[in-house]
Design a protein around this ligand. Structure first.
Ligand code: NAD
Length: 396
């Protein structure tokens, strides 16, 4: 497969194709935003788990192009094949690698299942041979499933816990606002979601890196979480995924103790704001909530995408020489703009009123949709979508 015209093939909350040039332009814009931020200081070696899109990609780009760090990323992306384009994350990293090379920086990727022993071993080998001990570890995996060493599989579920949920959501195929009805998760589904998205794997990574002598003195580690508003709480914070996030947040205390004892380091959870990513688009009700939220935040001039959030996280909290400010539960809060009372009151009003007929007028559905298509490299300004483009781009 070589050059071809690539069209979007949307299926609900996923596109089966990705546009390589659109993804490349997105990454160039993010890198330009990082460079324009003129961050101060340097980070030595950084590992980003979940580095190919969303908050993880923004973290890898910030470390590499903002703090001159040597960055190793881990992701789980599909490479291009005879009859399929690669996934968007693959093309994002192809461009990020190219830009890093161009500016003499070290950015490498291990593409494979971060839960697996093989990938952990490959990362330890790469770090030992070419990087050295880590100064920062970012845990930004958003995975639908986890496979264990003996072939067992846990699937994460996006369901309420203890009670059923009925409320508005988008039908992402048609854009209509419809009622979602979800039955509560079984105990097994809840346990599996915690296994996939809780803190166990983060802890496992830190222990293995420690045992391999790959945590530098004063190393820090940060994992990302989300809380969100009352309107999405039955599905999110009080649902299966929220329970997994509670587990992740609770694990931070044990990981922090390990970091302190072994390398005088620290571990934190950063609660980030709702942004359009592949992971967040899969959650019932959340795309509709984001459309209302973005309308309110944009009106106030307070909207931030993943790159702006991560720049703020590094500049104000976890970048070189910074000490984070934390909430009463020890968490960094970058979701402060989203969670302002006035913003949430306004969003709740929109939530009560929204219908298929008025969704375009009262929410930022157009903006949500544009961000969603851009995740896959479509609808990006400056890209000629009628022109054939090389889809067989290696990740080197
Ligand atoms: P995303 O879908 O954009 O990225 C997920 C990343 O994880 C990708 O790099 C993907 O390749 C990688 N990945 C998935 N499964 C993997 C596996 N088995 N092995 C290796 N890599 C794997 O997701 P995102 O929305 O940026 O989420 C990242 C983190 O941020 C999650 O913990 C999420 O809960 C959190 N968060 C997201 C939001 C939001 O609104 N999107 C808000 C707050 C916090």
């Amino acid at each position: 497969m070589a050059e071809q015209v690539v069209q979007p093939r949307m299926r609900g909350f996923i596109s089966l194709t990705a546009h390589p040039e659109g993804c490349a332009v997105n990454v160039r814009r993010q890198v330009a935003a990082v460079q324009a931020a003129a961050l101060r200081g340097e980070l030595g070696n950084v590992l980003v788990l979940g580095s190919s899109s969303g908050y993880g990609l923004a973290s890898a780009l910030t470390a590499c192009f903002g703090y001159e760090a040597d960055v190793l990323g881990v992701c789980f992306e599909r490479e291009p094949t005879e009859d399929k384009t690669a996934t968007a994350g693959w093309y994002n990293l192809v461009e990020a690698h190219r830009l890093a090379r161009e500016s003499g920086r070290l950015l490498e990727t291990v593409n494979g299942d971060a839960f697996s022993d093989d990938v952990k071993a490959a990362v330890i080998e790469a770090l030992s041979e070419r990087f050295g001990p880590l100064d920062l570890v970012i845990y930004s995996l958003a995975a639908p499933r986890r496979r264990g060493p003996n072939g067992e599989t846990w699937n994460s579920a996006l369901k309420p816990v203890g009670e059923s949920y009925t409320g508005p959501t988008f039908d992402l195929r048609t854009g209509a606002v419809v009622a979602a009805h979800l039955e509560p998760a079984t105990d097994e589904e809840l346990a599996a979601t915690i296994k996939v998205m809780g803190g166990e794997d983060w802890q496992d990574w830190i222990v293995r890196l420690r045992d391999a002598g790959l945590l530098a003195p004063s190393c820090r580690t940060v994992a990302y979480s989300y809380i969100g508003p009352e309107v999405s709480a039955p599905i999110y914070r009080r649902g299966t995924i929220g329970r997994a996030k509670e587990h992740l947040e609770a694990s931070a205390a044990g990981i922090d103790a390990t970091m302190r004892e072994t390398v005088d380091g620290r571990a934190w959870v950063s609660v980030n704001a709702a942004v359009v990513t592949q992971a967040s688009s899969a959650i019932p009700a959340v795309p509709l909530y984001m459309s209302a939220l973005f309308r309110v935040l944009k009106e106030r001039g307070e909207y931030e995408g993943p790159q702006e959030q991560i720049l703020r996280l590094f500049r104000d909290h976890v970048g070189p020489g910074r000490e984070p400010s934390v909430d009463s539960e020890g968490r960094i809060r970058v979701d402060d703009l989203e969670m302002q009372d006035e913003v949430q009151q306004h969003v709740a009003e929109l939530w009560r009123q929204v219908t298929s007929e008025n969704v375009d007028q009262i929410t930022d559905y157009t903006g949500y949709r544009r961000d969603f298509e851009q995740l896959f490299g479509f609808g990006v300004e400056g890209v000629d979508y009628d022109a054939p483009t090389e889809v067989d781009r290696p990740l080197v």
